[in-house]
Design a protein around this ligand. Structure first.
Ligand SMILES: Cc1cc2nc3c(=O)[nH]c(=O)nc-3n(C[C@H](O)[C@H](O)[C@H](O)COP(=O)(O)O)c2cc1C
Ligand code: SF4
Length: 448
């Protein structure tokens, strides 16, 4: 099944054949007229614990990168203690290169996100929500701010609260604009930034659910994760499970629709709502009109640069949460692939990606702070043709030793350098070997 009935984008024309001229910002009035905020009403008729159980049953896996099940995360919250606020942080930092999916919802259907936020606040008994938005998203920040104002005016947010029978729901929602650093998207870097400090990730545990913003219980969820709660309530868990795929490895399933932003050398790049489990080739051919200029597929960034790359023989990769295991990449990430055609210089891709991670390292961990700079310098030498095969081996060793997966860093930013560099060298080694000199030839002799 390649195409599905859109639910996250039902008010936003964005299918392969849709005319994007029909796009406009959905107002509160239009959102409610088309069934909006009915899921919130249904949620308020349920006990919070039953809602958490429902989201748990749906196995709604986080859409921000790690794929952690939202319901399970929600269930880690301690009981309400009455000692202060409990927070929801909406992660809209979206600074992963090649990723532009949360932006689509902010741009055109902000109330879908706000409804998901309100439902999550009720389910988890959270009373303050911070919408943490990427610094460069000026327009999106204005759109979301206006939608929050509309929601306050309609009594959806605010101290007076919404009454449903004898049940009162009252939560505040504030927009917070990030200063514009990739590391502020990492959930604990985000918490530090929200507290007004430098965006330095925290050592975990304690996890935010137990000790998060201002030391209080906090849930951090991605924009799309929260938006997806709305159709789960509207259409039911059985419907949710009818989309997507079971794990081929006996692990957690990949259910539901997913926003997939496809960029690079395709005829029509864009952000599409596709079923989890769609193949990369179907995304390229059916959604994006094929490769640009009829060129051949060479490779792709799996789902945001930090996930690493897919090789030429992985065009049919299944876009689900098992892609890491199946295709030797870190994971599905944001499910926003960047496609490369046959003319792409993969060494330049590696060097450019490494430069990004070097610049964005917060500097707390030595392997990330120093290692990302070494990796970048080595790749620059390789690109110039000034390196030897020994440098190639050293490059793989240095890149492969950094990251959360290696147990050498506080956060996952360093894994980005590790995976993108290692997978490009592994999958395109011939290209690198043609550019470097044999290691047994001294450089001063080789230069003659
Ligand atoms: C360096 C780095 C940057 C990240 N940037 C984002 C981001 O922009 N948006 C996001 O939702 N998650 C981002 N994450 C993942 C978050 O730490 C966290 O897992 C996520 O917000 C949880 O939401 P989810 O469970 O709904 O996916 C990033 C992680 C790392 C290591
Ligand atoms: S891995 Fe890098 S970005 Fe993450 S905390 Fe360490 S130094 Fe900072």
């Amino acid at each position: 099944m390649t195409f599905i009935e859109p639910v996250l984008t039902k008010r936003i024309p964005c299918g392969p054949k849709s005319d994007i001229k029909g796009r406009h910002i959905v107002t509160l009035e239009e959102y409610q007229r088309t069934g909006g905020y009915k899921a919130l009403e249904a949620a308020l008729d349920m006990e919070p614990a039953a809602l958490v159980a429902l989201v748990k049953d749906a196995v709604l896996r986080g859409r921000g990168g790690a794929g952690f099940p939202a319901g399970l995360k929600w269930s880690f919250l301690p009981p309400v203690d009455g000692k202060g606020s409990r927070y929801l942080c909406i992660n809209c930092d979206e600074a992963e290169p090649g990723t532009f999916k949360d932006r689509l919802l902010c741009d055109f259907d902000p109330h879908l996100i706000l409804e998901g936020i309100a439902i999550a606040c009720w389910a988890c008994q959270l009373d303050v929500a911070y919408f943490f938005i990427r610094g460069e998203y000026h327009h999106q920040a204005r759109v979301v701010e206006r939608a929050i104002e509309e929601a306050y005016a309609a009594g959806i947010f605010g101290k007076q609260g919404m009454m449903r029978g004898k049940v009162k729901f009252a939560a505040e929602c504030h927009l917070h604009r990030s200063a514009g650093a990739y590391i502020c998207g990492e959930e604990t870097g985000l918490l530090e930034a929200l507290e007004g400090k430098r965006g330095w990730p925290r050592v975990k545990p304690p996890f935010p659910a137990v000790k998060g913003l201002f030391g209080r219980p906090t849930i951090v969820n991605n924009v799309e994760t929260l938006a997806a709660v709305v159709p789960i309530l509207e259409k039911g868990v059985a419907w949710w499970k009818s989309i997507g795929v079971e794990s081929a490895f006996g692990g957690m399933p990949s259910w539901g629709p997913k926003l997939m932003g496809v960029s690079g050398h395709v005829a029509k790049p864009g952000c599409f709502e596709a079923p989890l489990g769609v193949t990369l080739s179907a995304l390229v051919n059916d959604y994006c009109g094929g490769m640009r200029g009829g060129k051949k597929f060479k490779g792709a960034i799996a789902g945001g640069v930090s996930m690493g790359v897919l090789g030429t023989d992985q065009f049919d990769a299944v876009m689900d949460f098992d892609i890491g295991r199946a295709c030797n990449v870190l994971g599905l990430g944001t499910a926003c692939p960047t496609i490369f055609d046959e003319d792409t210089d993969m060494i330049a891709v590696a060097r450019n990606s490494a430069r990004f991670f070097m610049n964005e390292s917060c500097g707390q961990c030595t392997p990330c702070r120093e290692g990302s700079g070494w990796v970048y310098k080595m790749l620059t030498r390789i690109e110039r043709g000034d390196a030897t095969t020994a440098d190639l081996d050293l490059l793989v060793e240095v890149a492969g030793s950094m990251g959360l997966s290696e147990g050498t860093t506080i956060c996952g930013l360093a894994d980005g350098t590790n995976w993108v560099v290692r997978t490009i060298v592994e999958k395109f080694r011939g290209e690198f070997e043609r550019r470097v000199k044999p290691k047994f030839v001294p450089l001063h002799l080789a230069a003659r």
